[in-house]
Design a binder for this molecule. Structure first.
Ligand code: ZN
Ligand code: ZN
Length: 197
């Protein structure tokens, strides 16, 4: 139940995000790991996939990592060199189940290249792995900035400062409209909440 008008506006802003970024709209309950435990391949299947990709793309030379799912991770995956551990996000792949092989390939490149440097990018291109994961509002961290439309009051939580953005609801034809330029209302950067008049 959404109690305050503020909350309702914040949710509406997220819906506009879906539109603006052409992302896929999926309700929160559809991505709950508890409700769909069987939707993703088992960790064992991921190991088999690793072996296949290792053979196909790396001549079998990658050191075999531990591969496990993370229930908390909001990014697609991660690689921890000291543990030789690949973590695959459940939340992320409940939303983008078709991305799981891509995520695994991406993390496999991290076994040889820690950063997303030029060498990493060349490998990603060679084996057909993405450089960046998709985003979805329900995966977002707490926003650092809160922008508001000066006309309709829609709220736009953001991770980064925006300069030339206008309200998706008020602007004509989805283009930047200076008449509805978003105003910074609050900043949560550096852990402190600062309000702007
Ligand atoms: Zn990466
Ligand atoms: Zn507006």
């Amino acid at each position: 139940m959404l109690t305050s008008r503020k909350q309702q506006l914040a949710v509406r802003a997220l819906n506009y995000d879906l539109f603006e970024n052409a992302q896929i709209a999926i309700s929160e309950q559809e991505i709950s790991p508890k409700e769909q435990p069987a939707a993703l391949p088992s960790a064992e299947t991921l190991q088999h996939l690793f072996n296949r990709f290792n053979f196909l793309y790396f001549n079998g030379k990658l050191a075999r990592p531990v591969i496990e799912y993370s229930n908390r991770m909001t990014c697609a995956g991660s690689y921890t060199p000291v543990k030789n551990l690949i973590k695959i996000s459940r939340k992320y792949h409940f939303i983008f189940p078709d991305e799981i092989e891509d995520t695994l390939k991406h993390e496999m490149i991290h076994i040889i290249h820690f950063n997303h440097n030029a060498a990493f990018k060349a490998e990603a291109k060679r084996i057909g792995a993405s450089l960046r994961a998709k985003t979805h509002p329900s995966l977002r961290k707490q926003p650092k900035y809160l922008y508001v439309c000066p006309s309709c009051g829609l709220e736009y939580p953001r991770q980064k400062k925006v300069r030339m953005s206008s309200c998706g609801s008020c602007s004509k034809r989805g283009k930047f409209d200076p008449g509805f330029k978003l105003k910074l209302a609050k900043s949560f950067a550096a852990g402190r909440e600062i309000s702007y008049a």
